[in-house]
Design a protein around this ligand. Structure first.
Ligand code: MN
Ligand code: MN
Length: 458
């Protein structure tokens, strides 16, 4: 376990490798700001690496509704000995457009939003925003949009109140109430359509949307448009040691998982990578970890191998599996050290964080890994010279949180939370350490290659 800065334990050559690895990570962050974009990028990467959606293939994948990806590498041992599973999530806190979003007031056109996941609303005003997503038109045609990422694109913004006038409306309120959810409306345009008396700006916007994309106002009803920060991933710090970007919870784990998985050749145990959706709102819905899509994928795998594809077999495989719930954790914030219990918190730059249990209020809603399994992970990481640390999410009763771990634990598999420490988590510009990102990759890679539970390699 690392109880000092991990940088001290790495050579100049190591640091070069760490920095190089993170260049790919930054590209991923910029190209995959939404769960749909991440799923597409992951799928395309898998295809490039020789994965196939024909389940008879040894390396295969399934995309569920464009938002979740399951990928599988056949190992040497029989499936009934269980799988090495790592799951990360590809959704991130954001603002979703409402289904009837567009309105005009005081000569401005705005879009109403409904926030998704745990955000601090004050962080989303007065920053450049981009609009990503899909619109399904009345005839079923799908329009994919991404506005605000190119230098030549416009961006959007949520207007904040000037300090001169905000005393009663904001400053004297509690921070959590100063910016109301309904006030998170995105500034979208301001030129009225010529010769129109009423709602000229709104009509001008609608005409523009129709001319450019063939969209009419009712098409917003069948759209999923997500408002995300418009800025790109950047190096942070004069020594370039950190990365600032939107969506690092949980792309720090999703990208490292994808890379580690694709670099796993001919493993002993079969390997399963899951890139899931809806973690930020409780893993609900048919693309969240609580859905049965995982079983469907495993039925497909079994059929592809000409094995009996029934529920009993799948349940036995999952029962024997070993898993990592790959999700980020909050390291000690230098200016708010009080919210952590420093003896058990994780630190930026000390490597991947192993979290035995999550939950809140006396481990409520927790997944709590068994000591035996923590021991296996510990031995594995130590043997492979992984820089790792332990971390719990904040002091007792300061808040807390959960991950997808408990939704896989129901199958009876061993599972533990491991992931990258992220400062300013859930903000539009989260910060990671390049060293931690790289150690996350290394940890996932050795996990996929490993035989845990004292099993002998065939
Ligand atoms: Mn997360
Ligand atoms: Mn989160």
């Amino acid at each position: 376990m690392t109880k000092q800065s991990g940088w001290k334990r790495r050579s100049k050559e190591d640091i070069k490798e760490i920095f190089e690895f993170c260049e790919g990570y930054k590209v991923f962050l910029d190209l995959a700001k939404t769960e749909r974009e991440a799923a597409k990028l992951i799928k395309n990467t898998l295809i490039k690496k020789g994965f196939n959606n024909d389940y008879r293939h040894e390396n295969t994948y399934m995309v569920n509704k464009g938002k979740t990806v399951f990928a599988f590498i056949r190992g040497k041992s029989p499936l009934t000995e269980g799988l090495n599973i790592i799951v990360a999530h590809i959704d991130a806190p954001r603002l979703d457009l409402k289904q009837n979003p567009l309105f005009e007031d005081v000569d401005l056109a705005l879009l109403r939003t409904h926030y998704y996941g745990g955000i601090k609303k004050y962080q989303w005003v007065a920053i450049p925003l981009a609009l990503h997503g899909v619109v399904i038109k009345a005839d079923g045609t799908k329009i994919e949009l991404s506005i605000g990422e190119e230098d030549s694109d416009p961006v959007f913004v949520i207007d904040d109140l000037l300090p001169h006038l905000s005393r009663k409306a904001q400053d004297e309120k509690k921070l959590s109430e100063a910016i109301e959810g309904e006030k998170l409306a995105v500034l979208f345009g301001s030129i009225p359509l010529v010769g129109v008396e009423k709602e000229g700006v709104k009509k001008g916007i609608l005409k523009l949307l129709h001319d450019r994309y063939g969209i009419v106002e009712d098409d917003f009803i069948s759209a999923e448009l997500e408002v995300v920060p418009a800025f790109k991933a950047r190096d942070v710090g004069i020594d370039l040691s950190m990365i600032g970007a939107y969506g690092q919870d949980d792309r720090a784990c999703a990208y490292t998982l994808l890379e580690a998985f694709c670099d796993t050749c001919d493993p002993g145990r079969s390997c399963l990578a899951i890139f899931t959706d809806k973690e930020e709102i409780g893993s609900e819905g048919d693309t969240g970890m609580q859905s049965n899509a995982l079983q469907i994928f495993l039925y497909n795998i079994l059929e592809g191998m000409d094995l009996k594809a029934d529920e009993v077999t799948v349940r036995k495989i999952l029962f024997k599996s070993r898993a990592i719930s790959a999700d980020v954790n909050g390291p000690i914030n230098p200016m708010y050290q009080d919210v952590h219990e420093k003896q058990n918190a994780c630190y930026l730059g000390r490597g991947i964080c192993v979290t035995k249990f999550t939950g809140h209020g006396g481990k409520g809603g927790a997944s709590d890994a068994h000591a035996e399994y923590v021991g296996e992970i510990r031995r594995l990481f130590d043997r492979e010279d992984i820089l790792w640390q332990t971390g719990e999410l904040g002091k007792i009763d300061q808040g807390g949180g959960g991950t997808v771990a408990k939704h896989l634990a129901v199958y009876g598999m061993d599972i533990i939370d491991c992931g990258t420490p992220i400062l300013t988590m859930h903000s539009p510009f989260e910060v990671s350490s390049k060293l931690d990102v790289y150690e996350t990759y290394r940890a996932f890679h050795v996990f996929f290659k490993s035989y845990l539970n004292h099993m002998e390699a065939p």
